[in-house]
Design a protein around this ligand. Structure first.
Ligand SMILES: [Zn+2]
Length: 397
């Protein structure tokens, strides 16, 4: 270990009030996907004030802050700027954008997903500077846009920018994560022939084809994995081209949400559904399956088509990055740091797909993410900052 734990903890303690006030400011700045302009400005200003060596913004609005290190491996701390909608504001015990502290916990939208982690990441270089240390390699704090819209920011970022290693700050209760299943959203479209509902035999009603498809989905053979369990699929949305109750539809679109284990690719999944479709035609209907794709616009004004695919990822249990990260965190936090997987998809999938070994580590209880109970312990923020700094100071060679 190339850092002094006592000095690390003292530096974090000195900076704790500033850390908490930044986390509050981040929560007080709403930033739905596509509307991150204000928070992006706040983050850039903060990076400049904290003495980052350079701060750049790509065309999608992703922020890349860097502090120079030695010639060792570069590491990226990845913390998205956006958050999900608050839902019914009256159901929140404390206002979602106030950043209120109650009994040692910081409340608000984004407290765990993931403005708490973001504040800790932003302060990591400040702790390193206060300790008077030079990190073994360059340290990047990267704040992508539109993670909650399918990882739009990170998936575009890694086309141009890569580091040797990455840490994703999604909530993990300050334990280590080394993977998750992926998510593939698909549209199954069936076209038939619309007709007056009084003479259905003269039309081709796609409801029957979709019924067959849904039935067969339930008996599909799903691949399994020791760590992740099985892939699974759920029909979610159902859209008809008809709004009249006395006309049979000409077209139905069914949305499928498929959670895949790492060994199963989106191409294989599409092929499986395609094979299943062929078994459900024969009445003259035609069908096709495709990745669900929608247009999105970033806060910088770039409009792009994005498929709702989050790659799954896994870092093997004996991977040196996972093992050394676990050791560094255990030493710095002076406790056992268990390693597990996340139940949900993250930007880690996009990072690993780009060839960057990635682990997850973030403050807060992940079951509070996307709920109106979202809050994080201030002591969890403190420990996360200790953990991030330990990772930033670890020499991975
Ligand atoms: Zn998140």
């Amino acid at each position: 270990m190339n850092f002094d734990v006592k000095r690390l903890k003292q530096s974090v303690k000195n900076l704790q009030p500033n850390l908490v006030s930044l986390a509050q400011k981040l929560i007080q700045t709403p930033s739905l996907p596509g509307y991150e302009a204000d928070i992006a400005q706040l983050i850039q200003l903060e990076m400049q004030n904290l003495g980052y060596d350079d701060v750049t913004v790509d065309r999608y609005g992703n922020i890349i802050g860097r502090i120079k290190g030695g010639k060792g491996a570069s590491i990226m701390f990845n913390g998205h700027m956006d958050h999900v909608d608050i839902g019914d504001e009256s159901k929140w015990p404390y206002p979602p954008f106030r950043g209120q502290i109650v009994k040692g916990e910081l409340w608000g939208r984004g407290a765990v997903d993931m403005k708490g982690a973001l504040a800790c990441m932003l302060y990591t270089p400040a702790v390193i500077k206060q300790m008077g240390m030079l990190p073994p390699g360059d340290v990047y704090v990267v704040n992508p846009v539109m993670e909650e819209a399918g990882g739009i920011g990170t998936s575009r970022l890694v086309q141009k920018f890569k580091t040797d290693l990455a840490v994703v700050g999604e909530p993990s209760g300050n334990t280590l994560r080394r993977g998750h299943r992926g998510r593939v959203e698909m549209w199954v479209s069936v076209a038939g022939k619309s007709i007056h509902a009084s003479i259905p035999q003269q039309g081709v009603n796609p409801h029957y084809n979709i019924a067959c498809i849904i039935q067969k989905l339930q008996s599909l053979d799903m691949p399994t994995d020791k760590l992740f369990g099985a892939s699974n699929v759920a029909p979610t949305l159902y859209q008809s081209d008809q709004s009249s109750p006395n006309v049979t539809p000409g077209h139905i679109r069914l949305t499928l949400d498929w959670r895949n284990i790492p060994s199963e690719t989106p191409e294989q999944i599409l092929q499986k559904v395609e094979t299943l479709l062929q078994q459900c035609l024969g009445n003259g209907a035609s069908a096709k399956v495709a990745l669900a794709t929608r247009p999105f616009t970033t806060y910088t004004g770039v409009t792009l088509e994005h498929s709702a695919v989050f790659p799954s990822f896994v870092l093997e249990a004996d991977d040196p990055f996972a093992l050394n990260a676990q050791q560094a965190l255990s030493l710095a936090l002076q406790r056992d740091v268990p390693v597990d997987i996340w139940p949900f998809a993250t930007d880690g999938g996009h990072l690993m797909a780009a060839g960057i070994p990635t682990v997850g580590f973030g403050p807060g209880d992940e079951t509070l993410a996307h709920t109106n109970q979202e809050r994080v312990l201030l002591t969890d923020l403190r420990d996360a900052l200790v953990g991030y700094t330990a990772l930033a100071l670890t020499d991975w060679r």
